[in-house]
Design a protein around this ligand. Structure first.
Ligand code: BTN
Length: 245
């Protein structure tokens, strides 16, 4: 394991872990790491995605988890994944010519293919948020096949970047946006997210539990819910998958 610093962040880098999110959670829970510390792994053997899916994690891609301890109301915590996706989108747009979009709730797409995902986990005691683990996986030189939503990696778009350099480029953007959010709230993050959101204003299908619902993606509300117009009714969705067309 090696430890290095970048800006306000301390990075604990491992050759292989089961999951950087699981490791960060255990370390934060046992008060061994704190706010702005990062667990980074070159590979994971039990990488996890949303909804208990597996996150394929061979060497060459970026896998990391940031511990955050924001002093904020619990209801604002889900906003952190939107800060991260916007930071990633800005960072990746600077190195890729293609269309980089955010897909609700927290995926990053290049030309409508998924290249990154976010897994936000947190620990609460009563009404307080003890810590948040912001886990990010970015496909740099490989991606899984046969996924529900088509996937890709940065190298296929002509980008040659190391995982370490990609992490630093993300942190450059995240640091500013996170500070802005802590000081001024969600509205500018929400506006940035809405500027480049996949299928916004378009008709699309979403998978909600076992149902498929078709409607128009209207907007993102102040709490990070997706508003879908279905049969002239605006539905508030807080967990679902947008399907590819
Ligand atoms: C998703 O799109 O379903 C979220 C994927 C999140 C993957 C990252 S990789 C680093 C961190 N550790 C994990 O086990 N998962 C997250």
């Amino acid at each position: 394991m090696t430890i290095w610093n970048y800006k306000n962040f301390t990075i604990h880098q491992f050759q292989e872990l089961e999951s950087t999110n699981s490791h960060a959670f255990e370390m934060a829970n046992s008060r061994q790491i704190f706010d702005h510390e990062i667990i980074l792994a070159n590979s994971q053997n039990k990488g996890r995605g949303r909804q208990d899916r597996k996150w394929s994690s061979p060497n060459g891609n970026l896998y990391f988890s940031i511990v955050l301890q924001p002093q904020t109301n619990i209801k604002n915590i889900p906003q952190i994944s939107f800060i991260a996706i916007v930071a990633l989108q800005i960072a990746i747009s600077k190195i890729v010519q293609n269309c980089v979009q955010a897909k609700w709730p927290n995926d990053l797409l290049i030309d409508e293919k998924k290249v990154a995902g976010i897994l936000l986990e947190s620990k609460f005691t009563q009404k307080e948020c003890d810590f948040v683990i912001l886990g990010i996986g970015l496909n740099i030189n490989s991606h899984p096949q046969n996924t529900i939503f088509p996937a890709d990696n940065l190298q296929d778009y002509g980008v040659n970047i190391s995982p370490k350099n990609a992490l630093e480029k993300f942190l450059d953007e995240f640091e500013n946006l996170y500070l802005n959010w802590k000081n001024f709230g969600f509205s500018s993050i929400r506006n940035l997210w809405l500027k480049n959101a996949y299928k916004l204003g378009k008709e699309t299908s979403i998978k909600l539990d076992d149902k498929i619902i078709t409607g128009t993606l209207e907007t993102l509300d102040e709490e990070g819910n997706l508003i879908l117009k279905h049969n002239s009714e605006s539905l508030k969705i807080n967990a679902a998958d947008i399907l590819s067309s």
